[in-house]
Design a protein around this ligand. Structure first.
Ligand code: NDP
Ligand code: HSE
Length: 440
C-alpha cells in the first residue's frame, strides 16, 4: 500500500472548503495522477466550513493553525486563511522552519514576505508553492517559472482581479451600480475578506509583484508599484470609452524600460477587439511578451472551484515528487529590482474634465496641454447635462460641460503638470479623471 500524502489545512472559507470538496470528489483521479492518495488528516478553522456540504471525514480539528503547521502527523501544511500577518505568516514559517512543505493561495503574504519565506524553504529543503496566489485557476506561476525558462521576458500584464473585472463588466453591460456589483462579487466568493484590497487595486498589485519577480528574476518589490483602483470610475467613463472604441479594465503591468522595471496598476483603456478587452466577468487574462514568443493565458481568476484547482495542482505536484524552487531560481540569486518611476511612464491618456461652461475655457485647456507639448488625438465637448448617449438630465442642465481629451503618447509627468496648470485657472468643477491607454 502506497503511503498517502497527509494534508493539514488551515482556513475553511471559500477556497479551503472548495479544496476539501475537490479532494473528496476527485479522490480516484487525483490518486492516479499523483501516484498516491492525497488525504486530509487535520484542519484548523475558526468557524464551521463555509460550504456546509463538505465531508471532513476523520480529519482531526486543531484549534491553533501554528500548532497544525508543526504537527508531525502531516506531510504538507496548506494555508488558506489569508492576510500578510499572523497567524498565516507564523504558521507558514513554523512549517517551513521544520522542513515541512507549504502550499498557499495567500498573495498578500507572498507579496510582502515571499523572498524571506522562499529562503527559509530552501534552507530547510521544503517545497513552497503558491500557484493559486495569482489569477485563481490560471497556471501562470508554473508557466513563468518552468514553461518560459528559455525566454527573456519583456512585459507581463493583464487582468489579475476577478472582482474588479466582474464589477466593470456588469456596470458596463447591465448599467448596474458599483455597489450592487461588488455585493454580488462578495456573495459569489470572489472578493477578499476586506474588499477594499480588490477595488483599491492592492490585490492586483500583490499579484503583479509576484509575477514581476517570476518574470524578471528580481526580488518581490510590491512597494515600488504605482496603484490606482477602480473606485472613481463612473458609468460615464465606461460609456465614453465605448464611444471612442475602447473598454476599461483594471490592469497590472510590469515591463522592462530603459530606466528599470516599471510596475503599475490602474484602470486602463484597451482597444475593443483586443484579447484583453474581451475578457469579461470573473475571468482573468495574463499576457506575456518575450524575445522568443508572446502568449496570453485566460481563465477564471477567483472563486472556490477555480482556486481550489490551483491548490490541488500544487498538492499533486508535491505528492508525485515534482519539485521547483519557489521563484524558479535560488531566492538568494534574485536581483535587487531597479525601479522605473511612474512619472516617466509613456503612453496615451484619456482625460475627462468637468469644465465650467463659459467662453475661454476650451482655450485654457488647449493652452495647458500645449504648454507641456501634449498633442491631442481627439477633443470632444459635450453639452452640459447631456450624458454620452444623449440622455438628457434636466437636473444637471446648468452643470459643468464634460470635455474628453485623448492624447497621443506623452509622459505621466507632462499630463500631471498640464492638468495642474488647467486646475489653477479655476475652470474645472471637479478633479480631472485620467485613464491611461494601453494600445497592445
Ligand atoms: P475566506 O475569508 O472565505 O476564508 C478564510 C478562512 O480562514 C475563514 O473561514 C476564516 O475564519 C479562517 N481563519 C482566519 N483566521 C483563522 C485562524 N486563526 N484559525 C483558523 N481559521 C482561520 O477567504 P478565502 O477562502 O476567499 O481566501 C483564502 C485565501 O485564498 C486568501 O489568502 C485569499 O487571498 C486567497 N485567494 C482567494 C481567492 C478567492 O477567489 N476567494 C482566489 C485566490 C486566492 P473567519 O471567517 O471566522 O475569520
Ligand atoms: N479577490 C480576488 C479576486 C481573489 O477577486 O481576484 C482571487 O485572487
Amino acid at each position: 500500500m502506497v503511503e498517502p500524502l497527509k494534508v493539514g489545512l488551515a482556513g475553511l472559507g471559500t477556497v479551503g472548503s472548495a479544496v476539501v470538496r475537490m479532494l473528496g470528489q476527485s479522490r480516484d483521479a487525483l490518486t492516479l495522477r499523483a501516484g498516491r492518495p492525497i488525504e486530509l488528516v487535520a484542519y484548523a478553522s475558526k468557524d464551521p466550513p463555509k460550504d456546509k456540504g463538505i465531508d471532513l471525514g476523520k480529519a482531526k480539528k486543531v484549534s491553533d493553525p501554528v500548532a497544525l503547521a508543526k504537527d508531525p502527523g502531516i506531510d504538507v501544511f496548506v494555508e488558506l486563511m489569508g492576510g500578510e500577518g499572523d497567524p498565516a505568516k507564523a504558521a507558514v514559517e513554523a512549517a517551513l522552519g521544520q522542513g515541512r512543505p507549504v502550499i498557499t493561495a495567500n498573495k498578500a503574504l507572498i507579496a510582502k514576505h515571499g523572498v524571506a519565506l522562499a529562503k527559509l524553504a530552501e534552507k530547510n529543503n521544503a517545497a513552497f508553492s503558491f500557484e493559486a496566489a495569482v489569477a485563481g485557476g490560471i497556471p501562470v506561476v508554473k508557466t513563468l517559472r518552468e514553461g518560459l525558462g528559455g525566454a527573456r521576458i519583456t512585459r507581463v500584464y493583464g487582468i489579475l482581479n476577478g472582482t474588479c473585472n466582474y464589477i466593470l463588466t456588469r456596470m458596463y453591460k447591465e448599467r448596474l451600480s458599483f455597489a450592487a456589483c461588488l455585493k454580488e462579487a462578495q456573495r459569489l466568493g470572489y472578493a477578499e475578506a476586506d474588499p477594499s484590497f480588490d477595488i483599491g487595486g492592492f490585490d492586483t498589485a500583490h499579484k503583479l509583484a509576484i509575477l514581476t519577480s517570476l518574470a524578471f528574476g528580481s526580488e518581490v518589490d510590491s512597494e515600488a508599484i504605482y496603484v490606482e483602483g477602480i473606485e472613481t470610475l463612473s458609468l460615464a467613463d465606461l460609456e465614453a470609452a465605448d464611444e471612442l472604441g475602447y473598454r476599461v479594465k483594471l490592469l497590472g503591468v510590469a515591463q522592462r524600460t530603459e530606466t528599470g522595471i516599471e510596475q503599475r496598476v490602474h484602470p486602463t483603456m484597451v482597444p475593443k477587439g483586443s484579447v484583453i478587452a474581451e475578457i469579461d466577468g470573473v475571468l482573468n487574462a495574463v499576457a506575456i511578451d518575450s524575445d522568443m514568443l508572446g502568449l496570453t493565458l485566460v481563465g477564471p481568476g477567483a472563486g472556490g472551484p477555480a482556486t481550489s484547482s490551483a491548490v490541488v495542482a500544487d498538492l499533486v505536484d508535491l505528492a508525485s515528487g515534482r519539485r521547483s524552487l519557489p521563484f524558479g531560481r535560488p531566492a538568494a540569486s534574485l536581483s535587487k529590482p531597479k525601479r522605473a518611476p511612474m512619472q516617466r511612464h509613456e503612453g496615451g491618456y484619456y482625460i475627462r474634465l468637468a469644465a465650467v461652461d463659459r467662453p475661454g475655457t476650451m482655450a485654457i485647456i488647449a493652452k495647458g496641454m500645449a504648454g507641456e507639448n501634449i498633442s491631442l488625438e481627439s477633443i470632444v465637448q459635450r453639452h452640459p447635462g447631456l450624458r454620452p448617449h444623449g440622455g438628457d438630465d434636466p437636473k444637471s442642465a446648468e452643470g459643468p460641460a464634460p470635455v474628453i481629451l485623448i492624447t497621443y503618447a506623452t509622459t505621466e509627468d507632462a499630463v500631471r503638470r498640464a492638468l495642474a496648470a488647467v486646475e489653477r485657472e479655476g475652470v474645472l468643477a471637479e478633479k480631472p479623471q485620467v485613464i491611461r491607454i494601453e494600445k497592445s
